[in-house]
Design a protein around this ligand. Sequence first.
Ligand SMILES: [Zn+2]
Ligand SMILES: [Zn+2]
Length: 258
Amino acid sequence: MQVRTGKIVGGVLRGFRKVLDFIFPQNCIVCDGKIQEHFLCPACRADIEFIRQPHCFQCGVPADLSYAYPHEEFVCGVCRKSPYQFDQARSLGFYDTVLRTIIHHFKYRRQMGVLPEMDLLLKKYFEENPGFGQGFTVSPVPLHFNKMKGRGFDQAFLIARQVAKVLKLPLEAGLLRRVKETSPQATMTRTERARNIKGAFEVNRPELVAGKSVLLVDDVFTTGATVNEAAKVLKKNGASQVHVFTLGRVVVGKGSGL
Ligand SMILES: [Zn+2]
Ligand SMILES: [Zn+2]
């Protein structure tokens, strides 16, 4: 009897350990190496490449400026040809190996344990960029209700909440709502994405948007079609400025296939 109880207890403990491992892995989620805290080993954490100057003043795309050009004034070819509706976009880092793994664990595996890791990253990034977002109200790019129901998880909201906390800014999650379900955009071009997302957003209460400076938050900036459409609707309803912040940025040539 005692043996059997022992077996059951052992089994329960092993099961519990498995659940814990899933929520708080014992090894680095990228390289499986030893971790000291959170989700990453020190080497993988150090491997996350922040996007720093020089980059486009408007859309934030990193620029390869090999000649002496005043960095603050550089505007990329895309922004000069067809400017985005948002005033500025910035991303924490390149959407490549480590950052992509973190976002995937968060978004598709719903590992809330990623949040403290994200907190560290955001603090470091905003320390390097003082004054970021001051005077702005943080708002996530909303998910469609059906997607939210299916996924049970709104990653943009959780990232926005973390950004607001770190920057000590107000968070207003309900400025926009998603009124159109859109097809997955992974394989679409910029034009196709823009068409796909058109008409996807509406404001909930125009009086909450008018005159406001909004910091729109999403997980990844790929072509900017989604945040651009959201910014367009906010501007149309009187938002005075729209800035965008994403954790990851897809940059051609940075090994960031989706
Ligand atoms: Zn690692
Ligand atoms: Zn640009």
